[in-house]
Design a protein around this ligand. Structure first.
Ligand code: NAI
Length: 398
């Protein structure tokens, strides 16, 4: 098995794949389409981050490719349908940086509540401004979390441990953790919370969901955070509410337009405001998160290659069977139409092959079956499974 890891993915990823017997080549940069096609000759596992585009043309040419690991959160850079249609699994790391975002939010809530940015700026300018004015504890204050998903829910737990009262609003039905209280509407949350923090996802409907109307509903002297997506918030309206003194501070990590590269100029209506913490989309950027991403995605690639397990795949049905003890596993990806499992099983019966374990799952247009059989089977079996019109890809693992 050969693996190609691009864009300086964490070294632990290469170590995990090597310990599974793969030959691993690493590169510190992304590759363009043609270079990627050439580099993928004889490669089964590809690891990328956000800058390598894996297009339909790449998948068309990469005949040996089994799986792509996106060592990041997003998978927009990968043509998922083209991958699925060729039986190539795609994995990412949706939760690896959750804790990092939560810790930054906690740090910012405390920093703003104590007005640390202003004290720090004053000290660097030589000003000894020792006063308790407008500085508060977070204990006893209320936190309103908008979007109670992975990040929102974990923040809820940490905020309660700090003594905050947590309210949340989510469009989906979510289990309230600890003593957190659900708000029926966003206005109800905005009227209640001393600190409002956004952790919604990037669906199109969230474009501009937080503007003048929502800021106006927030309590006098409250704080605002956005560590979710830049396009969710109207920054001009946020500036107005900070300048008027209605909001006491804000922390923003994500912006509608972000500079393309390190060192580029950052342009925003939010520059130069007091008690406003601006960070360059680093909510999830910690060494721990990078290491966790390396472990998580490399393990998924290994388990898919060795066992056919697709748990948490972005584009295929999710299946996992325990490791085999001596037998073989037939991995069969097919079109999700009626009768495929029956056909697989009658082919196995025709070849006098006994089934020792079997699982099937479907997702959208794909069906995926894992079948454990005894070691000995006629080679014609795999040919006849591959020849089924519904078959997308078949592998035999042993
Ligand atoms: P998630 O998908 O687990 O949770 C999002 C939650 O928001 C869901 O429960 C959903 O039902 C809810 N939601 C969506 N639209 C809503 C609305 N209009 N009102 C109320 N609830 C709404 O996502 P996760 O992992 O918690 O991430 C949250 C956000 O954080 C995402 O936008 C993600 O891109 C961003 N993020 C930012 C990072 C950074 O570096 N700043 C790093 C990682 C994630």
């Amino acid at each position: 098995m050969r693996a190609l890891l691009l864009e300086s993915v964490h070294p632990d990823a290469a170590a995990i794949l090597r310990s599974a017997g793969a030959t691993v080549e690493t590169l510190d940069r992304a590759l363009g389409e043609q270079a990627l096609i050439e580099a993928l000759a004889d490669v089964q596992l590809l690891g990328i981050r956000s800058k390598t585009e894996v297009t339909e043309t790449v998948f068309e040419e990469a005949h040996d490719l089994l799986a792509v690991g996106a060592f990041c959160i997003g998978t927009n850079q990968v043509d998922l349908a083209a991958a699925g249609d060729r039986g190539i699994a795609v994995f990412n790391a949706p939760f690896s940086n959750t804790r990092s975002v939560v810790e930054l939010a906690v740090a910012e809530i405390i920093a703003m509540t104590r007005r640390l940015t202003e004290k720090n700026t004053g000290m660097h300018a030589g000003l000894w401004d020792k006063s308790a004015e407008a500085a508060h504890e977070v204990r006893g204050r209320s936190l309103g979390i908008v979007g109670y998903g992975n990040i929102g829910a974990q923040l809820s737990v940490l905020a309660e441990a700090l003594g905050m009262t947590v309210y949340f609003y989510d469009t989906a039905d979510k289990l309230a953790l600890g003593n957190a209280r659900r708000c029926a509407t966003l206005p109800e949350l905005l009227a209640t919370a001393d600190v409002v923090t956004l952790h919604v996802d990037g669906r199109q409907g969230n474009l501009g969901m937080f503007g003048d109307e929502q800021f106006a509903l927030m309590r006098q002297g409250s704080l605002f955070l956005n560590l979710s997506r830049g396009f969710v918030v109207d920054h001009r309206a946020l500036r107005t509410h900070i300048e008027s003194g209605h909001l006491a501070g804000a922390a923003v990590d994500v912006f509608p337009q972000e500079p393309a590269g390190r060192g580029d100029e950052f342009v925003s209506e939010l520059r130069g405001l007091p008690n406003v913490i601006l960070t360059p989309h680093i909510g999830g950027s910690t060494e721990e998160a990078q290491q966790d991403i390396g472990h998580y995605v490399a393990s998924k690639l290994r388990d898919y290659a060795r066992e056919g397990n697709t748990t948490m795949s972005v584009n295929l049905p999710h299946l996992s069977l325990p490791p085999r003890h001596g037998g073989r596993r037939i991995v069969h990806l097919h079109r999700n139409v009626p009768g495929v499992l029956a056909k697989i099983n009658s082919l196995l019966a025709e070849h006098k092959v006994n089934i020792e374990g079997q699982l099937l799952d479907t997702r959208g247009e794909y069906g995926y079956a894992l079948t454990d059989i005894a070691v000995d089977y006629p080679s014609a079996l795999i040919d006849s499974l591959a020849a089924m019109p519904e078959t997308i890809r078949v592998r035999s693992l042993g």
